[in-house]
Design a protein around this ligand. Structure first.
Ligand code: NAP
Ligand code: G4F
Length: 348
């Protein structure tokens, strides 16, 4: 019989790729979904009738649902991917973010203990490079001090430590993957990369006039989500539970992402000016197509993320650069060009 995995956050970017990955490996995959007044399951719609894929209603803020599901499913592996995952939004809804992102991890750990599965069930926690926040070292590795710099990151820090605590206190096989940003054609539309690739496609097709962004100088280590879910699985297959930085080891600015994404959409863009006055100009037409809006600034912003994945490469044999930065942008823009072709109407 195949192994049984339970994924929280199964409707999200990573949850959908991880489901496909584990089904391919012969797992029974159970996902936790939230009830919503509108269907928001497009990332996993293609899996809903697939054999060995099952869905359960639950919520990370609701222990009762978690205990019931874990008791019924008896998972060998839990991948805790559910989160209010938008850093900017965490400043608007800090209490809810903490409830899901911090206490939610504790609820999973206790549910596993209550069900008597602490010796059988391995747990993967979706930790984040946001823990390095106001960075104290560049590049960042597993020994770099944490300095979380948003309500989201502070909550994720609790998640990281409670996972470590249960590993040490109860001998549970719990691990954190400290993942740097990873993107894809399934990325939420309010994260900067997808916002840019969609806008580049719409502007190229005459369906949008301008793109408004926040901090263009922010630096990120961007990888491809499909490559990163493999590493989540690898972390749980290792002999010893441990925590790993997962990154590409390359760094680019938001501005650079913009230039390459617009180029892929057929527009050469040139930036001039500084701060809120910086503008992205279409070289062919002289039109301003990118502007800065302080609306997208954060009270505290993380601006220098750059990961060192040496440990994952050495101990897990994971290849951090399967998909290059340029290939990632190609995948996203090609996808969005086709998507936008089908859109009716103009976005302002
Ligand atoms: P995502 O696309 O935003 O997906 C988040 C998932 O969590 C969705 O399925 C969402 O369900 C679910 N969720 C939110 N609140 C919930 C709740 N109260 N109860 C149950 N489910 C809930 O995020 P992602 O990019 O796939 O990221 C996956 C995980 O990795 C997150 O924990 C994120 O914080 C972390 N992470 C992501 C990155 C990255 O670059 N992508 C990097 C480091 C760490 P709905 O569909 O119903 O909203
Ligand atoms: O795309 P972002 O919103 O991603 P951010 O904040 O790095 O968070 C993502 O990655 C984390 C891993 O480091 C995850 F833990 C987290 O769950 C999430 O997946 O913003 C990237 C950068 C920021 O510095 C932001 O200030 O881009 C800057 N930015 C500039 N203009 C913008 C915009 N971000 C967004 N979302 N929208 C803008 O218009």
């Amino acid at each position: 019989m195949g192994k049984v995995a339970l994924i929280t956050g199964v409707t999200g970017q990573d949850g959908s790729y991880l489901s496909e990955f584990l089904l391919d490996k012969g797992y029974d995959v159970h996902g936790i979904i939230r009830r919503s007044s509108v269907e928001r399951r497009e990332r996993i719609a293609h899996l809903e009738r697939v054999k060995h894929f099952y869905m359960h209603y639950g919520d990370l803020t609701d222990s009762i649902s978690l205990i019931k599901i874990i008791k019924e499913v008896q998972p060998d592996e839990i991948y805790n991917l559910a989160a209010q995952s938008h850093v900017g939004v965490s400043f608007e809804v800090p209490e809810y973010t903490s409830d899901v992102v911090a206490t939610g991890v504790l609820r999973i750990l206790e549910a596993v203990r209550i069900c008597g599965l602490e010796k059988k069930c391995k747990i993967y926690q979706a930790s984040t490079s946001e823990l390095f926040g106001k960075v104290e070292e560049v590049p960042q590795n597993e020994n770099t001090p944490f300095h979380p710099y948003s309500p989201y990151a502070v909550a994720k820090q609790y998640g990281f430590w409670i996972i470590k605590e249960y590993r040490e206190a109860y001998g549970m096989f719990c691990c954190s993957g400290i993942l740097f940003n990873h993107e894809s054609e399934r990325r939420g539309e309010d994260f900067v990369t997808r916002k840019i690739t969609l806008a580049a496609a719409r502007i190229a097709q005459g369906k949008q006039d301008k793109l408004y962004l926040g901090n263009l100088s922010s630096l990120r280590d961007w990888g491809y989500a499909k490559d990163y879910v493999e590493c989540m699985w690898m972390i749980l297959q290792n002999d010893e539970p441990d925590d790993y930085v997962i990154a590409t080891g390359e760094q680019h600015s938001v501005r650079e992402f913009c230039v390459l994404a617009f180029r892929k959409a057929g527009i050469e863009i040139e930036f001039s000016g500084e701060g809120v006055n910086e503008k992205g100009i279409d070289k062919a037409t002289g039109k301003i197509i990118v502007e800065v809006s302080p609306e997208f600034y954060r009270p505290t912003d993380v601006v220098n993320l750059y990961g060192d994945p040496s440990k994952a490469r050495k101990k897990l044999g994971w290849n951090p650069t399967k998909t290059s930065f340029e290939e990632l942008i190609d995948i996203m823009v090609s996808h969005d060009m086709k998507l936008v072709e089908k859109e009716v109407g103009t976005q302002l």
